[in-house]
Design a protein around this ligand. Structure first.
Ligand SMILES: *Cc1c(COP(=O)(O)O)cnc(C)c1O
Length: 422
């Protein structure tokens, strides 16, 4: 198998690591099989047929493919109703539509999981004036910081919700670019119970990015009222070329639909332009692709821990998302890691990633991404800011075998750069 130059000592470790992770892979397979049956049963229940894979243009009235896919997505998310559209430009756009759909001037929103993902801070208007933010429209934002162990602070959450009336309680499932653990569905259940116990009318909304199909249950199965996410992550199955979804209580989904297009028109419009087929195929593939991404993350965790690096989560820890964080310790290590991931990509493998100043970040950021869909992080990708502890956030892989090759090439690249001793 000498298509790639990989040090024999790494190949030897690979064999040991594969044995070590085998029981974890079996656990991933069990979840994949469960979720694949869940998704397949929805396709069958809603009698998907060739008409659904067709094209609509113009207003897109009565597009049977779009309407049926929304029912299927609701079923997959344990929700009453859903919107799933290519018109959502990104995960942040989807979350924005949902938040603006639910909140009105004078309302308060409480984030239960500390500071949210970077791109969401501007939506709330957390760090001062952002034109068009929720703050700009008179919605007040507050957050309860996480405990030092990275878990939600239930006591403070209960106290704040009993003192003040909040329209929305916001939960971020994935870790984003932080070292805190992702929330498992059980963690979300505990949060939902805590919120409902003190403030029954507060809507619980979950940023479900990177979490879909990682476990057998989804947030709406355990008490969340609304979830939203991106189709160039888990639920697009590596096939959807763009888009997002919102799922949850019917009345709330309708509010989001009014914001998504226009009040009074809502979900009735939205031409699908021939993308139905890719959205259907992507959703159908999603449980499997998420399983492959999880295996790649577990493998990377085991390998890099074995090579002497701190990893989170560890290979045998319970996961709430597909992200693996590997602390590489030095700028050179982080850059070499990303160069290796890039070198193993099916697209743009010859590109050498370099750190650059990104808007919104204090330090230069290095990114490795060689994907069929630009920016798709369900495909193998890694990035991190050039600051201590020089950690790489790695996620995705359309299939484990290519994902593992990328991970081995990352180790090889570090070895060649003198950033790894074996
Ligand atoms: C990816 C992500 C988003 C949305 O990001 P986009 O780049 O706008 O798709 C939101 N929240 C979390 C936690 C994410 O990981």
């Amino acid at each position: 198998m000498d298509f790639f130059k990989i040090d024999p000592r790494l190949e030897e470790r690979d064999r040991a690591i594969c044995e070590k992770v085998a029981p974890r892979f079996a656990a991933v397979d069990a979840v994949t099989e469960y979720n694949q049956r869940k998704v397949l049963s929805q396709f069958i229940k809603h009698k998907v047929n060739a008409v659904h894979l067709g094209v609509s243009t113009g207003y897109g009235y009565d597009d049977p493919g779009r309407e049926t896919l929304e029912k299927i997505m609701a079923g997959c998310m344990g929700a009453e109703d859903a919107l799933i559209r290519h018109n959502f430009a990104s995960g942040t756009h989807t979350l924005t539509v949902a938040l603006f759909g639910l909140l009105r001037p004078g309302d308060k929103v409480l984030c239960l999981t500390g500071r949210p993902y970077d791109t969401i801070t501007g939506v709330f208007g957390i760090d001062g004036k952002v034109d068009g933010s929720l703050a700009d429209f008179g919605v007040e934002y507050n957050q309860i910081d996480l405990l030092p162990n990275g878990k939600p602070d239930l006591n403070n959450i209960r106290a704040e919700l009993s003192w003040n009336k909040y329209r929305v309680a916001y939960i971020q499932r994935s870790r984003g670019y932080s070292l805190r653990p992702s929330l498992t569905v059980d963690d979300i259940r505990v949060l939902c119970d805590a919120v409902k116990a003190v403030s029954e009318d507060t809507i619980i909304m979950v940023d479900n990015c990177y979490g879909e199909f990682v476990e057998k249950q989804e947030p709406c199965d355990v008490g969340a009222d609304l979830v939203a996410g991106s189709l160039i992550k888990n639920p697009g199955g590596g096939i959807a070329p763009t888009g997002g979804y919102i799922a949850g209580r019917h009345d709330l989904v309708e509010k989001c639909a009014a914001r998504m297009t226009c009040p009074g028109v809502g979900r009735e419009v939205g031409a699908t332009l021939g993308l139905n087929r890719e959205l259907y195929m992507g959703l159908f593939n999603a449980p499997h692709v998420v399983g492959e991404a999880l295996k790649t993350a577990i493998y990377a965790a085991a390998l890099f821990e074995d090579l002497g690096f701190a990893v989170t989560p560890r290979y045998d820890e319970k996961r709430g998302d597909i992200i693996e964080c590997i602390t590489l310790g030095t700028a050179e290590g982080l850059c070499a890691f990303c160069r290796g991931i890039q070198a193993g990509a099916p697209v743009d493998s010859f590109v050498r990633p370099e750190p650059w100043e990104m808007p919104g970040y204090d330090d230069p950021v290095i990114m490795a991404a060689g994907a069929f869909t630009l920016g798709a992080s369900i495909e193998l990708s890694a990035d991190g800011p050039l600051r201590k502890p020089y950690a790489a956030w790695m996620q995705g892989a359309l299939n484990f075998h290519s994902g593992k090759t990328g991970v081995l090439l990352a180790a090889q690249s570090m070895l060649e750069a003198g950033a790894l001793k074996i």
